[in-house]
Design a protein around this ligand. Structure first.
Ligand code: PRX
Length: 655
């Protein structure tokens, strides 16, 4: 029950927006964590006795062999649930299919053209088992890497779960990435199997996928089998002895498959994400800890119930799709909506139509989408019945107060708590977030750490920052769903995350805490941009640009963008004989799109006579950022090799 203090605070509902919003009494009394007192009690236990706390949570899952020890920790190496064996897929599928949830909807799927499928847990078990049998029949074994490049169709979920079921390590590549991104990931992971589809629907058009895989496989020759799901019916070429249609393969296999137990630390998946160098990092997650983390966060933060209809609008190509479409919700036996297409097809009311049609109660999306909805106008929302919604979530970037307030009022009807969830591909699960039935929420803060998360903000010397002082966000203790390594590069893993402060994980984000202890995330401290909630390394875009024959040098920075959060701004120096033109500008933008994917296409591309460099040749991106954002550079520029470059660039930007 809520404490007296909480009840008193709840009265603050009526106060202006800057004061904290409290969950309604109706929400709190039903919530698993109904008060700050309950949150603090459990949080204390999770920090003081993590083994006790996590053993209890993991104990709610199904283990084929119980662990001997909860945690083995020698920074930066963590082993969770040591000696335990489980099958992640069995936990997400069979556990429900073999019990009272058998005929409960697991996935309510909607294709962009409007086609629908409801998949119960019993059906999910059959479908996943069949795909697992196909993979095994084709020779895919435990530990093999499988690249998945698919649209948001049920087969994508089956493919991921089937890999987990047989112990194969999936690497999902976002369907918007280009063929070079596939080549990089195949080379780094050494995958020999690809699961894809002919195409997917996006904004009324077919986005072809198989041809992109074909292009990639011209460069990477080690793939032995390509399994293709039929979705759009576009023409594809199938290479004999390598490519097969999934529907043909499924004809010959049984719907029974027995899920073997794998070691708790068995690799579950690799997911590549941008860092501060040109080469994406293969983030490695393992089984028992990851599942415990995603299961537990869903249970408390989304407060998932059997009667809920949950919808996370992310794509399975990102970590949010892994943790909060596949593993977390399914481990909780939830009913969830999965949607294939764009939020604005046929118009910006599509999401609200889906919420109304399927009675969505928990809705999880990104601030960039919220800002696009605000721009599209409230009328598109108002014609839909959103009265079933009870909880809203936000992820991917700081949510600006305007977007928070609109989300709360227009989508949530003023009654739904909003969980602003901070986390990363590396953390595997949500790390900082309100407890929806307890935490007072100020728009713009992800509030307080989740159970077991010892988050802090440190200055450069490693001293904890005072209230409202900016510093670096770190996690001081291991947590179950943490990154285990960068695939094949333990050195980079240590260097990237564990070198700043001894024994602590550095997130790469700047943050501050207010006097109430709330964490306010400021943004990345490294050369990583956050465009529409997606991570893009400036170095990746720069290396794509210099791969073009006309480009001698390039510098990429982020600038604030009304809808996307950040936009990509580039400065390009052309090689001798090439001349600037609008046509070349477009060509370079498209070239980046072709190499990385459409999300990386530069918004601004400035042709520059030079770049601000130190005498040792280092590009001062900080100055470019200041110039783009304010139109001028304050401070000393005399250390630059050519100080006059600043004025020249200012003129170009002002054009
Ligand atoms: O900068 C933070 C931002 O997104 C980064 C992680 O990106 P990625 O690994 O792609 O995962 C995105 C989905 C979890 C973080 O380092 N970020 C994520 N969520 C928030 C956020 N920034 C502020 N508030 C958030 N809620």
């Amino acid at each position: 029950m809520s404490s007296k203090k909480d009840k008193k605070k709840r009265k603050s509902d009526a106060k202006p927006a800057e004061t904290a919003h409290m969950p309604s009494r109706e929400f709190s009394t039903k919530a698993r964590i109904p008060s700050m007192k309950a949150y603090r009690k459990l949080y204390k236990e999770s920090i003081d006795s993590p083994s006790k706390f996590w053993a209890r949570e993991a104990g709610e899952l199904s283990w084929q062999k119980k662990w001997k020890k909860v945690l083995d920790w020698k920074a930066p190496d963590a082993k969770w649930f040591v000696g335990g064996k489980l099958n992640v897929c069995e936990n997400c599928v069979d556990r429900h299919a073999d019990g009272p949830r058998a005929n409960k909807a697991a996935i309510i799927w909607e294709g962009e053209p409007g086609d629908k499928q409801v998949i119960t847990y019993a059906q999910l078990k059959r479908e996943v088992s069949r795909v697992a049998n196909v993979l095994e029949k084709k020779g895919v074994k435990s530990g093999d890497r499988v690249l998945i490049y698919m649209p948001m169709i049920p087969e994508a979920a089956y493919a991921m779960l089937a890999c987990a079921r047989i112990g194969a390590v999936h690497n999902v590549v976002f369907g918007g990435f280009a063929s070079d991104a596939i080549v990089d990931r195949l080379e780094d992971s050494g995958a020999t199997t690809v699961i894809t589809a002919d195409g997917g629907w996006r904004r009324g058009k077919v986005v072809a996928l198989k041809p992109v895989v074909d292009e990639a496989l011209k460069k990477y020759k080690k793939v032995e089998r390509v399994i293709v799901a039929k979705r759009t019916g576009n023409d594809v070429t199938m290479k004999k002895d390598r490519d097969s249609w999934l529907h043909d393969d499924l004809k010959d296999v049984s719907a029974l498959h027995s899920p073997k137990g794998f070691d708790s630390e068995h690799p579950l998946f690799l997911l590549y994400t941008s860092g501060s160098t040109g080469k994406p990092k293969g983030i490695l997650h393992t089984s028992g800890g990851y599942l415990t983390g995603t299961y537990t966060t869903c249970k408390y933060i989304f407060d998932m119930r059997d009667e809920d209809v949950y919808w996370c609008t992310a794509d399975i190509g990102w970590i949010t799709g892994h943790s909060y479409i596949i593993y977390g919700p399914l481990a909780n036996g939830a009913t969830q909506v999965m949607y294939e297409g764009a939020p604005n097809f046929p118009d910006f009311s599509r999401f609200w139509q889906i919420c109304e049609d399927h009675g969505v109660t928990i809705f999880y999306t990104a601030p960039t989408a919220i800002r696009a909805f605000i721009k599209a106008g409230d009328d598109l929302v108002k014609k839909h019945d959103l009265s079933k919604l009870r909880l809203l979530g936000s992820v991917g970037e700081p949510i600006n107060p305007e977007a928070w307030n609109w989300y709360h009022k227009v989508i949530g009807g003023g009654r739904c708590p909003i969980v602003d969830t901070w986390w990363q591909t590396e953390t595997g699960a949500i790390m900082i977030s309100p407890m929806p039935g307890a935490t007072p929420c100020k728009p713009g803060t992800a509030t307080l750490p989740f159970f077991g998360v010892d988050a802090a903000i440190l200055d450069e010397q490693g001293k904890e920052c005072k209230a409202n002082e900016d510093g670096r966000l770190v996690i001081r203790k291991p947590w179950p769903s943490m990154i285990r390594s960068i695939y094949g590069d333990k050195k980079r893993f240590k260097k990237t995350y564990w070198m700043d402060y001894k024994g602590m994980y550095t997130a790469g984000d700047g943050a501050r805490r207010d006097r109430d202890g709330n964490f306010w995330i400021i943004g990345r401290l490294d050369d990583v941009l956050n465009v529409s909630g997606h991570r893009l390394g400036t170095a990746e875009i720069e290396s794509a640009l210099v791969a073009h024959p006309a480009v001698a040098e390039a510098a990429v920075i982020g600038r604030p963008h009304e809808l996307k959060g950040q936009a990509v701004a580039c400065f390009v120096i052309l090689k001798g004989k090439h001349r600037e033109s609008e046509q070349l500008r477009q060509e370079l933008r498209n070239h980046v799109g072709k190499i990385i994917g459409a999300i990386a296409k530069p918004d601004d591309l400035h042709f520059a006579p030079g770049l601000p460099k130190t005498r040792s040749g280092k590009i001062m991106r900080r100055l470019l950022k200041e110039l783009v954002n304010t139109g001028k550079v304050t401070g000393n520029v005399t250390t630059l090799e050519d100080p006059t470059i600043i004025a020249k660039l200012a003129k170009i930007i002002a054009k």
